[in-house]
Design a protein around this ligand. Structure first.
Ligand SMILES: [Zn+2]
Length: 229
């Protein structure tokens, strides 16, 4: 930092509890000792950065002991600083959910089967909460499914551009061991029923089906979905 001999020193500024490493302008070892008083030598041009401290220099004897700890009151206090920051990250919701989301981008739905009870979880969480074992057997389900239960929504949701009333349903996709949620469209709301066979309707760029509509198949038997209500 200097063109002349200097020492690296730890300086504890008056009032501080910790020391900073900096350069001390000193002609030789005899000019440096622990406990000596030093002061900041400011840079010729100051920009408000740490580089404003050009180095430290020994204090004159007359200043020895004259410095008092700062009282913490400043005439022009710094209330904030602007610093550029950048944060790079890769979001991974886990092995099972990643596979689920990646499959959705191809308009497929995948779950995972428990090796113990053979239930197929959609969306998969990576483990069976009943058996407590990892689910690794990936299973593609749907795309069609069966309405197991439903409700008629009469209250318009904020920021949701869907005319009421509409039907929100539990839908058991074919092959899935539990139902997921979805909106039912393409049929008057008062004609939706348990057992109705439905299929997903995708919109351009959608990461999830926009809604489900009737397939036209005969309704499923109650026995076929009674465990999935
Ligand atoms: Zn299980």
């Amino acid at each position: 930092p200097l063109g002349t001999p200097f020492a690296w020193v730890l300086v504890r500024l008056d009032g501080a509890d910790t020391a900073i490493l900096h350069a001390l302008d000193a002609p030789g070892p005899d000019a440096v000792s622990t406990g000596m008083r030093v002061r900041v030598r400011w840079a010729a041009e100051r920009t408000g950065a740490i580089t404003d401290i050009a180095c430290f220099e020994p204090c004159e004897g007359r200043e020895r002991g004259s410095a008092r700890p700062h009282d913490g009151v400043f005439a022009d206090p710094v209330t904030g600083i602007v610093a550029e920051a950048r944060l790079d990250y890769t979001y991974s919701p886990g092995r099972a959910q990643t596979a689920y989301i990646n499959a959705l981008s191809e308009r497929r739905t995948v779950g995972e089967r428990c090796p113990s009870c053979h239930k197929v979880y959609v969306p998969p969480r990576g483990a069976c909460p009943t058996c407590g074992v990892a689910t690794t057997d990936r299973v593609e389900v749907g795309p069609a499914g069966t309405v197991t239960t439903f409700c008629i929504v009469n209250i318009k949701a904020r920021n949701l551009d869907i005319e009421v009333p509409y039907v929100y349903a539990h839908i058991a996709l074919d092959g899935a061991g539990l139902a997921l949620h979805g909106r039912i469209g393409g049929i008057p709301y008062d004609q939706v029923r348990m057992g109705l066979r439905v299929e997903p309707v995708w919109t351009d760029g959608g990461r999830y089906p926009d809604h489900y509509r009737p397939t036209g198949e005969p309704d499923a038997d109650y026995d076929a979905y009674k465990e999935l209500l």
